[in-house]
Design a protein around this ligand. Structure first.
Ligand code: ZN
Length: 258
């Protein structure tokens, strides 16, 4: 059975529900999550509850870490959003629900290695990068400007890694090279014994590749398929505009996908 990979939901429950419906409509019944369930978005609690219910496992992202512990290297807008997000967890009047959510966050894993479904290809899953799993970005520009960084990252990978964090979907190969999904035939990358790959599945709740649609990926035994899903972006943006602690920019960027 294929596995759906979601990441960077960022408290956008409208986008998450649309993605889960799309996954269900394809008959895919196993879902994993690469972290940043919360942060920036207006509905952190429903997002945590849905991931807890629907995903086989989830990793911890830097924004989940910020709610549990503290924001690290956040800009003022992100930090303010992180403290507001933590307040939502703390304001839950039902003590059992509050404890259950904090327990869930505290059990999120930093890295997972498993096999691509029905294959012998090992896959490493981290939120950011194999070197610094929670916080390091791997940007498309790095293939041109950061040769040492890319080499060190690929040395830590057997065959394939899946990541999120940059909110830009695509495939890095150990050439090194970067391919956005629409430069891959059929939005699909086929695994090859000849090259290593880092697959960024993009972001469900805050895409930054100038396409506002939610992004996720489906792992098949021999390939990974990128998927985009339309959702009511305006609805999430309006919720953000109505919350003082969430900077309006966080809503505006959703409308533009950046
Ligand atoms: Zn993120």
């Amino acid at each position: 059975m294929p596995t759906a990979v979601i990441s960077d939901i960022h408290g956008n429950a409208v986008a998450l529900r649309a993605v889960l419906a799309d996954i269900d409509s394809r008959g895919v019944d196993r879902i994993i999550c690469l972290g940043d369930i919360v942060g920036y978005g207006p509905e952190p609690l429903p997002c945590v509850d849905l991931v807890a219910q629907r995903c086989a496992w989830s990793l911890i992202g830097n924004h989940d870490f910020a709610v549990l512990y503290e924001p690290t290297n956040f800009n003022p807008t992100a930090e303010q959003a992180a403290f507001w997000t933590r307040d939502q967890f703390d304001a839950e009047p039902d003590e059992q629900a509050r404890t259950r959510r904090y327990d869930f966050l505290s059990r999120l894993r930093v890295r997972v290695v498993e096999l691509v479904p029905e294959s012998d290809i090992p896959i490493l899953a981290v939120h950011g990068s194999p070197r610094r799993p929670i916080n390091e970005y791997i940007f498309p520009d790095d293939v041109m400007t950061a040769a040492d960084k890319m080499r060190q990252i690929f040395e830590l990978i057997d065959r394939v890694a899946i990541v999120g964090h940059s909110h830009v979907p695509g495939v890095f190969t150990d050439e090194p090279d970067f391919y956005p999904p629409d430069e891959l035939g059929g939005m699909t990358y086929t695994f090859s014994a000849e090259e290593k790959a880092v697959v960024n599945v993009g972001s469900v709740g805050q895409p930054r590749d100038h396409d506002p649609r939610a992004s996720y990926a489906i792992l098949h035994p021999d390939r990974v398929e990128f998927v985009r899903v339309e959702y009511n972006v305006r609805r999430t943006a309006e919720m953000i505009f109505a919350i003082d602690a969430l900077n309006d920019w966080l809503g505006e960027r959703l409308l533009e996908g950046r």
